[in-house]
Design a protein around this ligand. Structure first.
Ligand code: ADP
Ligand code: MG
Length: 252
């Protein structure tokens, strides 16, 4: 697939967490370049540093060393206002646990980032309903999260991630709390978004089903990039290992 300019550049990123006397080195010098419109899966065992990398790219936490550039802007140099803008407008986030606001309806969850961005509430409501239709929840916009299934809640989260037409969607284990079939539906949805809208999708995942839709897979092991595979190479790898054995393999 044709992809665009460098949208994310990760340069020598390390991240350590100090817990009392113990220092955990979650990332040990990660370099990564991601192009606009790509569908990237970040794969690796539990504790390998996927979520930490996700947080660095998304400006949710700061590297101990190294830099993250979004559209060639060093995000460590952004002031609080610019960072809030990046997190509200440029990037949409999807989490394993959906992270919806339970007292709000599906529609209110989706329109919240729009009103936060200054959009008129009626315009936001119209756009929110459009987005909920896009994810197949047009009928359920007045339901609250706990009145929806897990898959439906994640669809609301996908709609919310699109609220302000982000260039990047960051998803951390988006299928991690879903059964196989529902997870596949979410993967299909993300694939469609990436292909139809040109959104860059970066997904940290355990889910080998993600391999089928990824342009590249970044394998993380013990805080480092182990290897980066293109989809073309993957066909061979996946065929060689066999999907059944991959699903059965304990990956954390
Ligand atoms: P993954 O998402 O691949 O499962 P993480 O990025 O969550 O891995 O974690 C990588 C390592 O960093 C693990 O050893 C984890 O325990 C540690 N870690 C992650 N976040 C924190 C934190 N906030 N405080 C301390 N240690 C952390
Ligand atoms: Mg994680």
């Amino acid at each position: 697939r044709k992809t665009g300019h460098t949208i994310v550049r990760v340069l020598g990123v390390t991240k350590s967490f100090r817990m009392g006397k113990v220092e955990v080195r979650a990332l040990k010098g990660v370099d990564l370049e991601i192009f606009a419109g790509e569908y990237i899966s970040i794969m690796g065992p539990s504790g390998s540093g996927k979520s930490t990398l996700f947080n660095m790219i998304g400006g949710l936490d700061k590297p101990s060393d190294g830099k993250v550039f979004i559209d060639e802007v060093d995000i460590s140099q952004l002031d609080a206002y610019e960072l809030a803008w990046l997190r509200n407008r440029k990037i949409g986030y999807i989490f394993q646990t959906f992270n919806l606001i339970p007292v709000m309806t599906a529609l209110e969850n989706v329109t919240l980032p729009m009103t936060f961005a200054g959009m008129n509430s009626e315009v936001a409501a119209d756009k929110g309903i459009e987005l909920l239709k896009l994810v197949g929840l047009g009928e359920r916009f007045q339901h609250k999260p706990l009145e929806l299934s897990g898959g439906q809640q994640q669809r609301v989260a996908v709609a919310r991630s699109l609220a302000n037409d982000p260039a990047i969607i960051l998803a951390d284990e988006p299928t991690g709390n879903l059964d196989l079939k529902t997870g596949e539906e979410i993967i299909d949805l993300l694939k469609t978004l990436s292909h139809d809208r040109g959104v860059t999708v970066i997904s940290a995942t355990h889910d080998y089903k993600m391999l089928n839709v990824s342009d590249r897979v970044v394998w993380i092991r013990d805080g480092r990039v182990d290897k980066v595979e293109h989809r073309a190479e993957l066909d061979i790898t996946v065929g060689g290992i066999g999907m059944e054995s991959q699903e059965a393999r304990p990956v954390g």
